[in-house]
Design a protein around this ligand. Structure first.
Ligand code: ARG
Length: 588
């Protein structure tokens, strides 16, 4: 369905043409002066030069051609040459009627659906999820859902960090603790146990212990590096341990991501890319892209236009070991082979930007991806505490994600309890639902690339630009609708009527923006634009709600129209929050 703003633009274009000007000047924009008009057109100013006349003259002539146009209630030319527009109630009604009749609320699916791989989450196995992983999960999930809504094939890949030194460290520590295990017996030829030799809590303790030891003990570190080398080169027993680590870790990760409402289509990891490395490296050498420099194998990726020095991309270290870049390059090979994506989007901490510049340039230069595959890095900023420093626990340690979520849920629970008497179990459940909205909305409402302050107090508030405020608004709508239903009202087909008040019209105009917002948000991969829209829509709704009798309205026909508008608003709000990755409770 054409965007309302484009419909207005089309009418303007026709009027410009009828007045003897080029139609392309007839573009509509949102009003800069909502006190004066709803939409405006600045085309007369742009056209003044070309037509050698005062903009106001053009504006006046165009306005003349707009008289009688059923789309507008009012079209006025004001100095220096603006055309201020107010829409006809009938036109607004018609637009919303069409919207309500469509399953997708007037938002067209992409004309050329793409296959897009979304690399997000990126946790490292055997290490607990901490707040640093939160942003990638939240932002990535919403982009995935948004892309799907727009009709693209979105493939979410968690891209586990499962190939580094941490594996060697765990193996080494395990070896010190339980040398009798068959994995360490070089002569062992039998089957290995099915059960992992550790639980998740042990694993989470083993890793930091080993990591600390390796920093003090050279020999220990040497051992861990050797173990890493062996596991990466097919050591039977070690690979079995790797399998256990993955299994235990992934089970735990799945539970955690599920609590966050985040899911992945692929649970692949760095280790899955390894089989692609040898051929890839050979090919880079054969084509003369990769050459030896100080023992290491590198590819030059400098470009003439570079303002700063971009170091060569390292493919192999001097001992032949692969690196983070190697793994990411080989993962591109794998993804191209398995999925032929039109696009790969990486949702990763912006501090890794240089890494991705190197990987992307190298992938292009060496032909791992062709012209028609786009590589995009969506770097996000740091989540800070109220002190403006990276978010920490009260004791100053790294905050585990589970604890953060538990804290927020507790905060929400207290607030819900203060607000009303509801059964314990429901209060807990509602606290979880609203808590998630607080976390996700608090994150997503900021432009992803910026740092932001995670402010528990503010994020959990029922007032202001917060997740709970939005849920509160939805719950309010749901409750009115439920009461209307109890009074025998029909909640089936939404009847849309002409607006009767300023607040109602404003709400309808806000609702009408839905398709445009979705389109822009996807184009710019900007979930924060959906948040801004939701906030505007919720504000418009609440203003309307406070000024309008709905359940007490005596004119039943008018009431049907009000209820129809509520039904439509609920659908829009729920569609949007679903895309952001959370849901609304029935009451709170
Ligand atoms: N595991 C990495 C980290 O914790 C993030 C992975 C991001 N994705 C990628 N393809 N490199 O920093």
């Amino acid at each position: 369905m054409k965007k309302l703003i484009d419909r207005i633009g089309a009418e303007l274009g026709r009027a410009f043409e009828a007045a003897g000007y080029e139609a392309s000047y007839g573009k509509a924009t949102l009003s800069n002066r909502p006190d004066l008009c709803e939409y405006q057109c600045n085309g007369a100013m742009a056209g003044a030069k070309a037509y050698h006349c005062a903009p106001i003259q053009i504006a006046e002539r165009v306005v003349e051609k707009l008289t009688g146009n059923p789309m507008f209630l009012e079209a006025v030319a004001v100095k220096p040459g603006f055309i201020n527009l107010k829409l006809a109630p009938e036109a607004v009604k018609e637009y919303l009627q069409n919207m309500a009749a469509e399953e997708r609320l007037g938002c067209d699916k992409a004309e050329n659906p793409k296959t897009i791989i979304l690399d997000y989450g990126g946790p490292n196995v055997a290490k607990p999820l901490h707040v640093g992983h939160l942003r990638s999960a939240i932002i990535g999930e919403s982009i995935k859902r948004l892309g799907r809504f727009m009709g693209h094939t979105m493939i979410g890949d968690i891209h586990l960090g499962d190939w580094g030194l941490q594996m060697g460290l765990i193996i080494t520590e395990l070896r010190h603790r339980k040398p009798e295990l068959p994995y360490f017996d070089e002569n062992y030829g039998g089957e290995y146990p099915k059960e992992a030799p550790f639980t998740i809590s042990e694993l989470e303790e083993i890793y930091p212990t080993a990591s600390a030891k390796s920093k003090e003990d050279e020999a220990y570190k040497e051992e861990a590096m050797q173990a890493t080398y062996l596991v990466q080169h097919g050591h039977r027993g070690y690979q079995e341990i790797l399998r256990h680590i993955l299994q235990v870790s992934v089970t735990d990760l799945k539970r955690n991501y599920e609590n966050l409402g985040v899911s992945f289509d692929l649970w692949k990891g760095e280790s899955d890319a390894q089989p692609y490395i040898p051929d890839m490296v050979e090919e880079m050498k054969r084509q003369g892209f990769a050459y030896e420099s100080e023992g290491a194998l590198v590819v030059d990726i400098r470009e003439e236009t570079d303002a700063k020095e971009i170091p060569p991309c390292m493919i192999l270290k001097s001992d032949g070991a692969s690196l983070y870049t190697t793994t990411d390059l080989a993962t591109i090979v794998e993804r191209m082979k398995l999925f032929h994506p039109d696009e790969i989007i990486y949702v990763v901490d912006k501090r890794q930007e240089m890494h991705f510049i190197q990987v992307f340039r190298c992938a292009r230069k060496t032909g791992l991806v062709g012209e028609d595959t786009r590589l995009r890095f969506l770097g996000f900023g740091t989540m800070n505490g109220r002190d403006g420093k990276p978010f920490k626990t009260r004791e100053g340690g790294v905050m585990r994600l589970e604890h953060l979520i538990a804290d927020i849920n507790e905060e929400m629970y207290q607030k819900i309890r203060e607000n009303q008497e509801i059964p314990e179990e429901e209060a807990r459940r509602t606290a979880r639902i609203t808590g998630l909205s607080a976390i996700k909305y608090g994150d997503l409402s900021n432009q992803a690339s910026k740092d932001y302050v995670f402010d528990v107090e503010r994020f959990t508030s029922f007032e202001g630009d917060t997740g709970p405020y939005l849920l509160y608004t939805i719950v309010r709508i749901k409750s009115i609708l439920a009461k209307y239903g109890e009074q025998g009202g029909d909640l089936g087909q939404a009847v849309i009527r002409e607006p009767q008040s300023e607040a109602e019209k404003a709400l309808m105009l806000e609702a009408a923006k839905f398709n445009g917002v979705m389109e822009t948000a996807f184009l710019e991969i900007a979930p924060h634009k959906i948040c801004a829209y939701l906030y505007d829509l919720a504000n418009a709704f609440n203003k309307f709600y406070h000024e309008t009798r709905i359940l007490k309205e005596e004119d039943k026909e008018r009431q049907k129209g009000l209820i129809g508008l509520l039904l439509l608003c609920r659908r829009i709000l729920e569609t949007c929050i679903h895309i952001l990755g959370f849901e609304a409770p029935d009451r709170m």
